[in-house]
Design a protein around this ligand. Sequence first.
Ligand code: EPU
Length: 365
Amino acid sequence: MKGQQTTDNKQLNLSNNTVKNQYSLIESNTMGFDIVAEKYYEINSLKDIEYLIENNIFNDNKTLILGGGSNILFRNEYFDGTIIHSNLKGITISPDDDEILQLSDSATQNHTIVRCMSGEVWKDFVDFTIKNNLYGLENLVDIPGSVGASPVQNIGAYGVEVKDCIDCVYTIDLTNGDRVIFNNEDCDFSYRNSVFKKEENKKYFIVAIDFKLKQKADLNLEYGNVKEYLEKNGIISPTLSDVAEAIKQIRAAKLPEVGVIGSVGSFFQNPIVSENIFKNLKETYPEMPSYPNENGVKIPAGWLIDKAGWKGHKENHVGVWDKQALVLVHYGGGKPEEILDLMKKIQDSVKEKFGIEIKPEVNIV
Ligand code: EPU
């Protein structure tokens, strides 16, 4: 389906697009830095996208599509370009019309397709699927951000990645208005990565996503302490909402509350090293946790940073979260360069101690 375009480009008239100049992004990045964008467009309808395309907004400027701002770090306090933000709303269970592009044909007797517009808030969407007894996204509860951003970095938690539930992604090419559908395979998903992260694909504005969810119980409790948590709370045969609630509690105990303390969740990716490197490290650090991975062995960056002595560290307005060393935090009133300085110091120290390079998971722009 890659590159498939609909010929029926519906007549879309320009209207009610919301344009703001010199717009403060303080509420639009969960790090909480006071960044000002030269221009900010809020997309409330497909007509608004048409307007951007007709006016060559994407081609003329430094342009950035911003979701919930929960995985982005602006280097500078002024963004001299245009931000495009999806405010497209709507969730449809078993869509049976061609309201966006075309019908998804992947629903089976055991699956339900749920179509969600990109501007929906991810955690509200997951809660909606749980209320509707649909299985698949329950381990991804309470992840901050928008639905449209979820495939970009293939969000993941507690043994599940969003790729496991994505049927297809509906996009519009902002350079020419072509509507392009990416099916699951086209998205080229891997750990915290997808086709949408490539520079040449940043022109695709995600309009909506079809999720393929299960109607019958298929819970994944294997990762970390989920099972343990449930057992401790006397839950032997957990329901969908038991699992979601358990993961909400586990997350809340480890991660800073969004909107209260600035953060982007995991700041770094977990590095993947070769079997050989892992073997050597394990000799020195027998207690080192690890997860097998198709490309080698994944080591938790949080553990490396913790062992290097950074957990709970504070400097100026920023620091390393005291309950999860993978999370860098901004206590307010600081500047992006403070986090960038801290990032560099942590990277250098982990490299020096373990010989491993850790890379940011957050998108730095
Ligand atoms: N660990 C430490 N010290 C720390 C943090 C972790 O020793 O300060 C150890 C833990 O004890 C555990 C291991 O490292 O043995 C892994 O920790 P955890 O289970 O907390 O998971 P993670 O690998 O640090 C990943 C995701 C999280 C996701 C959790 C749970 C990445 C980069 N991060 O973290 O995702 O919530 O697993 O599935 O893959 C996010 O992407 O923003 C995010 C929070």
